[in-house]
Design a binder for this molecule. Structure first.
Ligand code: ATR
Length: 276
């Protein structure tokens, strides 16, 4: 009889049934022939701490965390990475052998790796970036852009005070632009990122004027349902380099998978196909 333990991981959220993370991690487990399971975990806020403390006792080696628990985790984890602290949210947990819970945030990494894969010639230091939206995803992306050396970040959000708050927090390289003038900032930049939910199936369209976009500008949407959002379709027709949002979801899963299951997975067309 084998006494080997099966390493378990999963994604904690509410709701969780729609999450594509189980498909992603199961694809990699199968591809590399690794022992392990990855499970969607529907957990309500009141139970979060108890569940997170119990998982390691059941064979879990870690977990992803998604809406609405990403910031609550910061009060539960025993150790928090610098980047999770800076972003104020965690999306990846590692349960250590000594029982400690380590929380990290790989969203910014996933964002950056996706852009580098989709636009390999992009030089972050060579041009400024425009960010639409100032929610949780925008925080991770702004930290990643600043970290990569992007000289200037133009930030527009429907609720302007939220953009102002990000500027106060993350510094002078951020220029806040009024939402109704967001189209104007597109002329200045070499990278445009939509971090809002606009353009997602069932959500309103992103209605900012796009005629300022220049040929060769990189345009990224973090929305991936649909894969080709109206923003990406228009940008493509205007000669921009478009990068869809599925890659960010995939790449943000890489560091967790590697820590839990001991193999750094490759992101390729087969990985994308497994999610579509
Ligand atoms: P996430 O964690 O995915 O970033 P979030 O924190 O709820 O989610 O942020 C959602 C973002 O989409 C915000 O920037 C939000 O703008 P507000 O701060 O003004 O709410 C933006 N957003 C959502 N619906 C929008 C709409 N109809 N028009 C403009 N922006 C919208």
């Amino acid at each position: 009889m084998s006494t080997r333990k099966i390493p378990l991981a999963g994604v904690i959220g509410n709701p969780i049934a729609h999450s594509r993370s189980p498909r992603l991690h199961r694809h990699w487990l199968r591809k590399y022939g690794l022992l392990g399971e990855y499970i969607p975990l529907h957990v309500i806020e009141d139970d979060l701490e108890r569940v997170v403390r119990t998982l390691p006792k059941m064979g879990f080696v870690g977990a992803n965390v998604t809406i609405p628990h990403k910031s609550s985790l910061m009060n539960i984890a025993d150790q928090i990475s610098d980047r999770a602290t800076l972003i104020g949210a965690a999306n990846t947990l590692i349960f250590k052998d000594d029982g400690k819970i380590y929380a990290d945030n790989t969203d910014g990494y996933g964002f950056m790796a996706n852009i580098k894969q989709g636009a390999p010639d992009w030089n972050p230091r060579a041009g400024s970036a425009a960010v639409l939206g100032a929610g949780g995803a925008a925080r991770a992306i702004i930290v990643a852009l600043a970290d990569a050396g992007v000289p200037e970040i133009y930030l527009a959000n429907r609720t302007r005070p939220k953009a102002e708050a990000l500027r106060r927090e993350f510094g002078a390289r951020i220029n806040v632009v009024d939402w109704v003038q967001a189209g104007n900032m597109l002329e200045e930049v070499s990278l445009v990122v939509n971090t809002t939910s606009l353009g997602m199936t069932g959500q309103p369209e992103l209605r900012i004027p796009l005629d300022g976009l220049r040929r060769g500008t990189i345009v990224n949407d973090i929305v991936y349902t649909p894969l080709r959002t109206p923003l990406l379709q228009t940008a493509e027709a205007m000669g921009c380099i478009t990068v869809d949002g599925l890659g960010m979801l995939i790449h943000q899963g890489v560091p967790g998978f590697e820590r839990w299951f001991g193999m750094r997975p490759v992101v390729d067309d087969a990985t994308r196909a497994a999610l579509l």
